[in-house]
Design a protein around this ligand. Sequence first.
Ligand SMILES: *[C@@H]1O[C@H](CO)[C@@H](O)[C@H](O)[C@H]1NC(C)=O
Length: 311
Amino acid sequence: MKKVNYSVTSEFVFLGFTNSWDIQLLLFLVSSMFYVACIMGNCLIIFTVASDTHLHSPMYFLLANLSFIDVGISSATSPKMISDLLKKHKVISFRGCVIQIFFNQAIGGAEMVLLIAMAFDRYVAICKPLHYLTMMSPQMCLFFLITAWVVGLMHSVIQLIFIVNLPLCGPNILDSFFCDLPQFIKLACMNTYRLELLVSISSGFMSLVSFFLLSISYIVIILTVLKHSSSGAYKALSTLSAHVTVVVLFFGPAIFFYIWPSSTHLDKFLVLFDAVVTPFLNPVIYTLRNKEMKRAMRRVFRHLMGYRQIS
Ligand SMILES: *[C@@H]1O[C@H](CO)[C@@H](O)[C@H](O)[C@H]1NC(C)=O
């Protein structure tokens, strides 16, 4: 009698983007460039905000925390994904795969809450300027940060409970570059329809609630700015447009991906874009649109150059 072992899947194989070596090499070069630029750009923002006292305000603290999250989210998947591009057999261990899913979900959840905190911060600054200092106190900032990470971790743990006991019995090909929940569930040897639905609903619910809150707050802010067309209000609009761009970049691919989890080439391209390019764009958007940030960075550079000349 043949004995069937039902939990033999100890590693997974990524299909990747294409079999063409040239395209993989090109993707390797482009994504490594974006990854390095992402780490450097985000670290520069964290360093600038920490070292420049002009930027010691809730908005910049939240922005630095967003950069920190971007470093985390791209480091959870990109290095493995990028080095895989040069390998013929792209494999990941079961544990590695679960860790990737865990960090992706946790950091993604935290980022959503942080984006809401940033919207709230702008709402108070523009619509209730007289109460800004009392409402966005250091305690409030800390509260937002703790909430962000607690929500992210809880969301992630709940998703892991869904998948940890899935019966895996052989199929181990993931049509992707990194481990993500929807593809992982499809490998289970059971009818996964209800589980897929459950995961879509829980992730989708969280994304939709965040997206709804963000849209409402930005609409209210923009209406307020338009009503009081003072110069200060217009200045606020430039930071605001940076915030809105980041929100669209964060949710656009995610919504597309979760609503149509088929695997066309466009889909995969969007996933790659989301993993490599989006975390890099945040610092670009904020530094390009923000005079104060640009000035602070110039000060940081001058400072560094000065030190080098002295020593
Ligand atoms: C995140 O925000 C907190 C409080 O607002 C701040 O003290 C901390 O330095 C920020 N973290 C980073 C990485 O900038």
